[in-house]
Ligand binder design. Sequence first.
Ligand code: ATP
Ligand code: MG
Length: 419
Amino acid sequence: MSDKTQPVQTPQAIRGTQDIFGADAEAFGFVVETFERVRKLYRFRRVEMPVFEKTTVFSRSLGETTDVVSKEMYSFEDRGGESLTLRPEFTAGLARAYLTDGWQQHAPLKIATHGPLFRYERPQKGRYRQFHQIDAEIIGAGEPQADVELLVMADQLLKELGIADGVILQLNTLGDAPSREAWRLGLIDYFRAHKGSLSEDSQDRLERNPLRILDSKDPRDKPFTADAPMIDEFLSAEAQDFFGKVTAGLDAAGVAWNRAPALVRGLDYYRHTAFEFVTDRLGAQGTVLGGGRYDGLIETLGGPHTPAVGWAAGIERLAMLVGARDEVTPDVAIVPMGGAAETACMGLAATLRRSGIAVEMAFRGNMKKRMSRANDSGAKFALIVGDEELAAGEATVKILATGEQQRMALHAIPAYIGA
Ligand code: ATP
Ligand code: MG
């Protein structure tokens, strides 16, 4: 027996990552292209950001106690011994760049970006370890108009994606700093009285971050969260006025919204507007787009007080709602027969493509195989070029749906197809 070498093992993809292909990739691309179009209508400037940052960019701005920082970050030491983290979200890096790149001079700065994010989560449908978001932020604007502009843009995006049906905007205010603090104390008082009946997680949250108890999905917490004091009891006149301007702006723009008094953002730097666009069509993963005002964030990164507001949406979840999309079909399929025709058709294909006509070339197998490839491509026309056509400077143009065909001069083809 001769020595059998071990077969090479194909390395597997990392759990929770995705290879997106075909109709799903088209849906993904459609989401990004639509976002790009809409953000230009609202004059958000495009930015491209690094995929990794120093770990402190996230630990400081997100807070050590959040799920993302405590459990979900991909952090590692690089060869220089520095702790780096694959970005789990966009906002912190954008806030860092605002400070380190002198973007303050552009305030109020409207920016948009998209790309991959990384979180060590339990992989499941709609939840991945590398996923993608689109993101829009207005940094350096404390006016309610900024909140309205972002929300109206989100609403238009969902409509242009064709997925607005069954998606509702859940809107809340967390008030200004004094309102929020009064609410926090009110919640602590209330939940303390029921401490023994709360879930362990919520008992833990009680002193540190009682707002997050309202967010709990644990059935043991539900009866108490329903009766908890709401922010409205604590809102200052100023905070009420701000929220009133946001809702009036949405009404003026014809954007439907629902008041969701228990919708919170746990982190201390969130103020005023908090929102989620929610659907019941994605099971447990129902939030398709979420955001809010984060007036205190830039200060946690050592910058001056800088009000800001923004949102992010998971591209995969949007793409799931969009559904599989057809891949592009060519306008024409070229079917060359014979060596000379094959060479000439490479020229013909280039000419047509340069004039904006999508071309598929059927270059494999016999005539029958080539014609069936042309049919399968979904093209409207087949251009058949054999020796005879070539000598005459012509092609046989066949309308694939009807089988109708005619000979035509090559130079006349672009105009004929365009017509
Ligand atoms: P969830 O409650 O679903 O964990 P989150 O509060 O962690 O969401 P955000 O950080 O607000 O989510 O991110 C905004 C959006 O990004 C989500 O609504 C979702 O569409 C998407 N998203 C978040 N985490 C993932 C993930 N692991 N895989 C796919 N999409 C995700
Ligand atoms: Mg999460």
